[in-house]
Design a protein around this ligand. Structure first.
Ligand SMILES: *[C@@H]1O[C@H](CO)[C@@H](O)[C@H](O)[C@H]1NC(C)=O
Ligand SMILES: *[C@@H]1O[C@H](CO)[C@@H](O)[C@H](O)[C@H]1NC(C)=O
Ligand SMILES: *[C@@H]1O[C@H](CO)[C@@H](O)[C@H](O)[C@H]1NC(C)=O
Ligand SMILES: *[C@@H]1O[C@H](CO)[C@@H](O)[C@H](O)[C@H]1NC(C)=O
Ligand SMILES: *[C@@H]1O[C@H](CO)[C@@H](O)[C@H](O)[C@H]1NC(C)=O
Length: 911
């Protein structure tokens, strides 16, 4: 008891007073910390104001669970568990959450068999969403004396409750072997240390490239800059002593990040930093499906998990004894949504009119020209006139002041990717530095599982708030074929009009988005650039305006705003530009509303004189400006833009009049290419795409006219499967030379499979153990079949476009409302995987293969029914049994399975 209050208090303070790099404050701060530890030691601060929870253990043991009834079957039945693991993406847990078997049972470490006797003794835990969401929902909806649900009272928070610390907990669990600061900053873990850690844990500390340590792995010279000043990066908690049990900490606090270490080391370092040093989000935004968002402000001055803050105890004490299922998080969240408090927490973006709020209900979404220009100076005035700004508004106001006062030449780089981790090279670019948690993208299937959750949640978040965004670049290209991303992509791209980007910043910058617990367990940080008013490429550091980042992998969605700007029109739009420039060229009719005279409107030349006057020739600023001047001179020579001869002011005005909008990486679009946006489905959830998406794609890629076989990026699109298959796997499964006796031989060329060969293909996948591919194929069958019908309807010339839009609307509002997710929720995936691995260890039978083959047969039946136009999936009764809609016979089926009726569907834009 004593040790914990001491420790958590110390940690809380350390967060706030963390010494800055190279500052003298460090020493002083540590002095204060020591005094605080001593103070805590003598004052016996009780952690729980009420009575000892240990006394309530009987009650906890017997009654509280997440589920009322028999143990769930798949838990002990390998076949059932395997089937659920691979071929069922619905959101349901295989077991029930109980305090004794989960919270009080260490999941890692030598003490795994020994339960803690009370919550007081818990030293670490997995942030199971059932525990966390039950507690928070309960606190939000119940009568809570502390008033956490009250309008302005911020709630306690620790990243520990919202992110994956499973591996990190192994370090906390260590009792004999200790890690110190060197562990987190040496490029390689010393072999001796790793051996003794793993011996004590009785399992591996990490998996990715663990094998390297079995071979001769030489030490790599550590980074001098770090080790000379290690205390700028890391603090060892000497006061935690060797005899005291450590709670929620390995006894070492990482306070700053430094790459140039191996992947596994950086993963621990970044988690340590997340636990101890990363600023709390400003708020939690909890989604209710894709229709509402509830926002709660988060305390900024401490980091306390639900045990440290007492939230858990408060919740358990207030939960009625005669009611069961205290840890049924879905029911508790439903209680919250229907509680009186919910309405006051629901986000309502006042700036959007009711038509805009309902945008996602429509077939076609008309944008406004005014969506593509934003007046930040006016917004600053508006916010400054408003009393009582909330934390998001304050942060946004500060940001607007900063960006409007900073010349674009000096805009700081906002987003940091992992780019210097050893042996990770180019792959790292796809991970945010703060949330790196291992080399997820090494496993394509597991990366896809995370990416699927990422995009689904962003789309749900955007829709719930009426924020307009549409698919762009490779993401849009992936949509074209089967309604989901290319399997080789590692991120997503979406675009927003600048006005919506600003609204998103005003309401949600630095929020942690939490998925509706009934749909999944995703948690994401929304982070928005510090230079939002810079709409040209500028110094090249900030092409991306915002990121939606997965806390458990650092994978993200790149979000870019489109706006009027003074950028030179891209070559692709030269023709459009030249056709229209004469209508407007004579005078300057529009000016960038965000330029501040003699500050941010300075040309590079004037800026140069300015900085040389103040800082001299050798200052960082003057060198920066010189190199930008050189770059702009080069551009003037090399650019093929039709607008390069105009001045910046003229270009701004012309782009405005010509309705030409660009992102900071100077991709240009005309208003008519984008608007009206088409309402559709991507990864089985609602998404928008530009009206002329074929033209948008052709400006960037060579898009074939045919919906047909296509090889790209070491993958092949097989239209008969509606799916991209990796070339190496494809070769094996085709088995042309009969090199595998277990597999059937597929005779036809892979670009024209016959119907019966599609069946063979599925069976061969199953027999060759490609269960991940089979699972991705099976779980996305509804989505890809849906997209196929959408293509039939979108590109059908036979009906008028009104009729097509009507049919598409009917498809979306019937079948489209309930398309299975192509991948499982990541948290479920990894918990089921751990359990399955444990079961399979003792199994001799081949349950998995039998189930894979069964699935292959199901897929074959699906393909046959689709071909024969009798697929049950295409039939629905939107208004009861009497009103049957059968999409098997709607639209103009495109060529599949050697029936080339119509094929050049992508020759022009839809509708
Ligand atoms: C270590 O810190 C000191 C004082 O903050 C500084 O002068 C020195 O350059 C630093 N050493 C390295 C290698 O960064
Ligand atoms: C295990 O689950 C499978 C599939 O759900 C079922 O067919 C089988 O009967 C179960 N086996 C046992 C021993 O319960
Ligand atoms: C950290 O511990 C290792 C042994 O595991 C030891 O060799 C090293 O000197 C320690 N480093 C520091 C900075 O205390
Ligand atoms: C978003 O928040 C970050 C962190 O506080 C800040 O640096 C950035 O300027 C903010 N961006 C906007 C547009 O508010
Ligand atoms: C959605 O589809 C699944 C089958 O994929 C079905 O079990 C479920 O009942 C459907 N839900 C609704 C609301 O129609």
């Amino acid at each position: 008891m004593l040790s914990r209050s001491l420790f958590s208090l110390g940690r809380t303070l350390r967060m706030n007073l963390r010494p800055r790099r190279g500052s003298k404050k460090g020493l002083l701060v540590r002095g204060i910390l020591v005094s605080v530890f001593l103070l805590a030691l003598y004052s016996h601060l009780p952690l729980y104001g009420v009575k000892d929870l240990g006394n309530q253990l009987d009650w906890l043991l017997s009654d509280l669970s997440s589920h009322d009834g028999e143990p769930l079957e798949p838990l002990h039945n390998i076949s059932a568990l395997y089937h659920k693991f691979r071929y069922d993406t619905t959101m349901s847990f295989v077991d029930e959450y109980r305090l004794p078997s989960h919270l009080l049972t260490p999941q890692v470490g030598a003490g795994r068999e020994q339960k803690w006797e009370s919550i007081d003794e818990v030293q670490f835990y997995d942030a199971d969403p059932r525990l966390i969401m039950s507690v928070y929902s309960g606190i939000w909806s119940g009568k809570n004396p502390e008033g956490y649900g009250d309008a302005d009272k911020p709630i306690p928070f620790s990243w520990y409750d919202w992110a994956d610390f499973h591996n990190f907990n192994k370090l906390i669990a260590l009792q004999e072997t200790r890690v110190n600061c060197s562990f987190f900053f040496e490029p390689v873990i010393s072999k001796d240390l790793l051996n003794s850690v793993e011996q004590e844990l009785d399992e591996r500390l990490f998996d990715y490239k663990r094998g390297d340590y079995d071979d001769e792995i030489g030490p790599i010279a550590p980074d001098k800059a770090v080790f000379e000043n290690l205390t700028n990066y890391c603090i060892e908690d000497a006061s935690a002593g060797d005899s005291l049990p450590r709670k929620f900490s390995p006894g070492v606090a990482v306070t700053a990040l430094r790459e140039s270490v191996r992947t596994e080391v950086y993963a621990f370092q970044a988690r340590g930093h997340l636990l101890n040093a990363l600023a709390n989000p400003l708020s939690l935004t909890v989604l209710s499906s894709d229709s509402d968002a509830y926002r709660f402000f988060v305390t900024q001055d401490s980091k306390q998990n639900i045990i440290e803050s007492g939230l858990l105890e408060k919740y358990l004490n207030s939960y009625p004894r005669d009611k069961k299922n205290a840890l049924d998080h879905i029911a508790r969240f439903t209680d919250f949504v229907s509680s009186p408090l919910a309405e006051s927490k629901r986000v309502d973006i006042e700036e959007l009119d009711s038509d805009e709020k309902n945008a996602y209900e429509k077939d076609l979404i008309h944008l406004k020209e005014s969506d593509f220009e934003f007046d930040a100076l006016a917004k600053i005035e508006e916010l400054e006139a408003k009393p009582n700004l909330n934390p998001h508004e304050l942060n946004y106001l500060q940001s607007l002041k900063f960006t409007t006062q900073t010349h674009w030449a000096f805009a700081p780089k906002h987003f940091r990717e992992v780019d210097d981790v050893k042996g990770f090279a180019s792959l790292g670019r796809h991970h945010d530095r703060r949330f790196f948690n291992g080399a997820v993208i090494q496993n394509v299937h597991e990366a896809q599982i995370r990416l699927n959750s990422l995009i689904r949640n962003f789309q749900k978040f955007a829709k719930a708030n009426g924020l307009i965004s549409w698919l762009a670049h490779g993401t849009l290209y992936g949509y074209l074929y089967n309604g989901q991303m290319f399997p080789w992509d590692n991120d997503f791209d979406v675009q927003m009009p600048i006005r919506h980007l600003n609204l998103m910043a005003q309401y949600f910058n630095q929020t942690l988005v939490v998925e509706d617990p009934a749909e999944g367990n995703g948690r994401f940080l929304l982070d928005i650039t510090s230079s939002i008013t810079v709409r040209i490429n500028g110094n090249g550091n900030n092409n991306i305006d915002a990121r939606f980042i997965d806390l458990d992998s650092g994978l993200y969605i790149d979000i870019t705003g489109l706006s009027v700007s003074s950028a030179m029109v891209s070559k692709k739009l030269n023709v459009y530009f030249s056709e229209h420039e004469d209508e407007f060229r004579s005078e300057i009719r529009h000016r960038d509303p965000n330029l501040v005279k003699d500050l941010t409107d300075l040309s590079l030349q004037s800026l140069r004189s300015e900085v040389i006057n103040t800082g001299g020739e050798s200052s960082w600023e003057s060198q920066q400006v010189d190199s930008l001047i050189k770059a702009s001179q080069r551009t003037l020579v090399t650019s093929e833009s039709a607008s390069k001869a105009y001045s910046e002011e003229q270009r701004y005005s012309l782009n405005h009049d010509l309705k030409l909008y660009n992102c900071r990486n100077t991709h240009f679009y005309t208003f008519e290419m984008l608007s009206p946006l088409i309402n559709t489905k991507f990864h089985s959830v609602t998404a928008l795409v530009p009206r002329r998406y074929i033209q948008v794609l052709r400006n960037e890629y060579m898009v074939p006219r045919k919906y047909g076989f296509m090889a790209y990026h070491r993958n092949a699109f097989i239209p008969e499967l509606r799916f991209w298959v990796n070339s190496a796997i494809l070769k094996g499964v085709m088995n042309k030379r009969a090199s595998s006796l277990e597999l059937e031989v597929i005779d036809s060329p892979v670009n024209s499979l016959k119907l019966d060969e599609v069946g063979k293909f599925y069976r061969n996948l199953a027999r060759s153990g490609q269960s991940e591919v089979l699972s991705a194929l099976y779980n996305s069958r509804e989505l890809s079949t849906y997209r196929l019908k959408e293509i039939d309807l979108q590109f059908n010339d036979e009906l008028g476009s009104d009729e097509n839009v009507k049919l598409l609307g009917a498809l979306r509002n019937s079948i489209g409302t309930n398309i299975s997710s192509s991948f499982k929720d990541p948290y479920l995936h990894f918990t089921e995987k751990r359990r399955l691995e444990a079961l399979l260890k003792d199994s001799e039978k081949n349950e998995a293969k039998i189930i894979d083959e069964h699935i292959a047969n199901e897929m074959n039946l699906w393909a046959e029914a689709l071909h024969d136009q009798v697929l049950p999936y295409y039939r629905c009764s939107p208004h009861g049994q009497d009103d049957q809609l059968d999409f098997n016979h709607q639209g103009a089926p495109i060529s599949i399975n050697g029936n080339p009726k119509r094929n050049n569907v992508f020759a022009k834009d839809p509708l």
